[in-house]
Design a protein around this ligand. Structure first.
Ligand SMILES: Cc1cc2nc3c(=O)[nH]c(=O)nc-3n(C[C@H](O)[C@H](O)[C@H](O)COP(=O)(O)OP(=O)(O)OC[C@H]3O[C@@H](n4cnc5c(N)ncnc54)[C@H](O)[C@@H]3O)c2cc1C
Length: 504
């Protein structure tokens, strides 16, 4: 395990005093930090104190080195199993900071990661022995209420966007955990309580500003750099660092929302799943449903049926009239909701103590065998803390053409995730295997695609599946903007023509 050994002697207070490695008494050549940093291609990088001091002088934000007391806090991301030791974490606060840091990274050919909210399950936001560009200090949202536009800095958290818009009865599709970062969400896809009404977050992007892997600030929209604009809408962090997302807002009534959830015992599981699929065919776009069969810590199995509806509880109850056939649920809620509160209420801890692992995919049609496969899987060989969950898609997102954005899967009716979560790392391998085997049973009935942000440990072939017919074009755009695959700590697209292995 890499330890903060050599950098431990590099003291930022010295740096701030301008003392660097020179002391008044004597000058002692300091050891290089070769062992602590690596290049984007895996070679050792010689980073001198002077180079780090220069970077610190050129940015307003701060550098966190392994010797700093806040190092362990700074390297922590949402998932507790991500345990990486960056050589350097640059906490940037402006476009200029990001440019200076990315140019530094290029000069030293450092393995570089980009972190916004740090919620990506695979820990792509942290570079082991490399440089992490932490955008967390570069938040902020401006709203033009007349034009109904939000300008979101590349390091903002989702809660900032909600708070800047919802109180003015404006909104755009946003994720459901307010401490998630906009950076990973709005470059990946962006599903949420409004996606069936307004499309995904990427469908509401009007333009972006981005710092390319070469450090150049560019703008991209339908007219300027349209290839880049196309690629960023679903292609993740492959093309540079987005410093500004311009998002189209829509008028909503945040108090005209109903949120509901039912839990039933396992005996009802097949029928509840069938009901979910049946209802998903019928309900209007204002309603979004989800259902899943899960096992609790004690192995108890249950089935859930949840959703939200942009309308009154009375209207929602009418739409869901048939649910009475399952008798008394073990848990039930059916509430008129305040959208801003709902967005922050169910977010869970900002840093999870449990590791979540999942494989997921999409169904364009529903095979009638699915409920049997799911319930058999969870009842015949139950594994505590595992699940198979479905969430309804389609609606407004399906009106977008498959080749209009890098994300291609527009006719999807249901997303399905097979997952497991654990507190104790020793439970990880078995739950990982269980989730993988669960998904293997369902995959043949799926369309082969998946949403990158809901997938762990993708292989290079998986990445091709994630983009289907759009992969080829994505790989060409990658070759244009990042021919050396400098930005590789992400859901990686290999630049067209490169034979290097995609990194994970
Ligand atoms: C609790 C929780 C709830 C979630 N809920 C939802 C949900 O409701 N809907 C949904 O769609 N997804 C959801 N997700 C998945 C989420 O979208 C992804 O985990 C996403 O990657 C998180 O973004 P982040 O900025 O927080 O992550 P980070 O780990 O900081 O970043 C992930 C990657 O995004 C890229 N990136 C980050 N910032 C930028 C930037 N400014 N420019 C370019 N690239 C950048 C980088 O490649 C980085 O490695 C959820 C995840 C969690 C943990």
């Amino acid at each position: 395990m890499p330890t903060p050994s050599t950098f431990a002697r590099f003291d930022r207070r010295m740096l701030l005093r301008g003392a660097l490695a020179v002391t008044a008494a004597s000058w002692v050549p300091r050891r290089s930090y070769a062992a602590d940093a690596v290049s984007s291609t895996g070679e050792t990088v010689m980073l001198s104190d002077a180079a780090i001091a220069d970077l610190q002088k050129s940015i307003k934000g701060s550098l966190v080195l392994p010797s700093n007391p806040e190092y362990d806090t700074a390297r922590r991301v949402w998932s507790p199993n991500v345990n990486k030791y960056p050589a350097l974490i640059a906490k940037v606060t402006s476009v200029e900071d990001i440019q200076a840091t990315i140019q530094f990274a290029r000069r030293h050919n450092l393995l570089t990661a980009v972190k916004c909210g740090g919620h990506e399950y695979n820990g792509h936001g942290m570079a082991d022995k490399g440089l992490t560009i932490d955008l967390g200090g570069f938040g902020g949202v401006q709203v033009d209420k007349t034009k109904k536009l939000a300008f979101v800095n590349g390091g903002a958290m989702l809660g900032e966007l909600d708070e800047a818009t919802i109180p003015s009865n404006l909104a755009v599709t946003n994720g459901t955990a307010n401490h998630t970062g906009i950076g990973g969400l709005a470059t990946g896809l962006g599903q949420g309580r409004l996606s069936r009404v307004l499309g995904y977050t990427i469908d509401n992007l009007r333009s972006i500003e981005l710092i390319t892997p070469e450090g150049k600030l560019v703008r991209a929209n339908a007219k300027e750099n349209p290839d880049l604009f196309w690629a960023v809408r679903g292609g993740g962090g492959n093309f540079g660092i987005v410093t500004k997302f311009e998002l189209q807002l829509h008028e909503i009534d945040p108090n005209n929302l109903t949120s509901f959830g039912y839990t039933f015992p396992v005996a009802k599981a097949k029928d509840v799943l069938k009901y979910y699929f049946e209802m998903a065919d019928k309900v209007p776009n204002e309603m979004a449903l989800s259902s899943g069969v899960t096992t609790a810590e004690n192995g108890e199995i249950s089935v859930s049926f949840n959703g939200n509806f942009w309308g009154s509880p009375e209207e929602a109850q009418k739409l869901l009239a048939g649910i009475d056939r399952f008798g008394e649920p073990t848990r039930k809620r059916f509430d008129k909701a305040d959208y801003l509160k709902v967005q922050s209420a169910g977010a869970g801890p900002k840093l999870s103590t449990r590791t979540l692992y999942m494989h997921s995919g999409f169904f364009d049609k529903v095979d009638s065998k699915i409920p049997d496969v799911v319930v058999d899987r969870l009842t015949k060989a139950p594994m505590p803390r595992a699940g198979i969950r479905f969430s309804q898609q389609a609606g407004a997102a399906s009106k977008v053409a498959a080749n209009a954005t890098a994300y291609p899967y527009r006719k999807v009716l249901h997303q399905c995730a097979a997952d497991g979560n654990w507190l104790d790392p020793k439970d990880g391998p078995a739950l990982r295997q269980y989730a993988n085997e669960s998904w293997d049973l369902l995959k043949p009935m799926s369309n082969g695609g998946f949403y990158i942000n809901y997938y762990c440990d993708p292989t290079e072939d998986d990445m091709k599946r994630a983009y289907g017919a759009n992969y080829e074009k994505l790989s060409e755009v990658k070759a244009k903007y990042d021919p050396t695959n400098f930005m590789k700590l992400n859901f990686n697209i290999k630049p067209k023509g490169s034979n290097k292995r995609a990194s994970r």
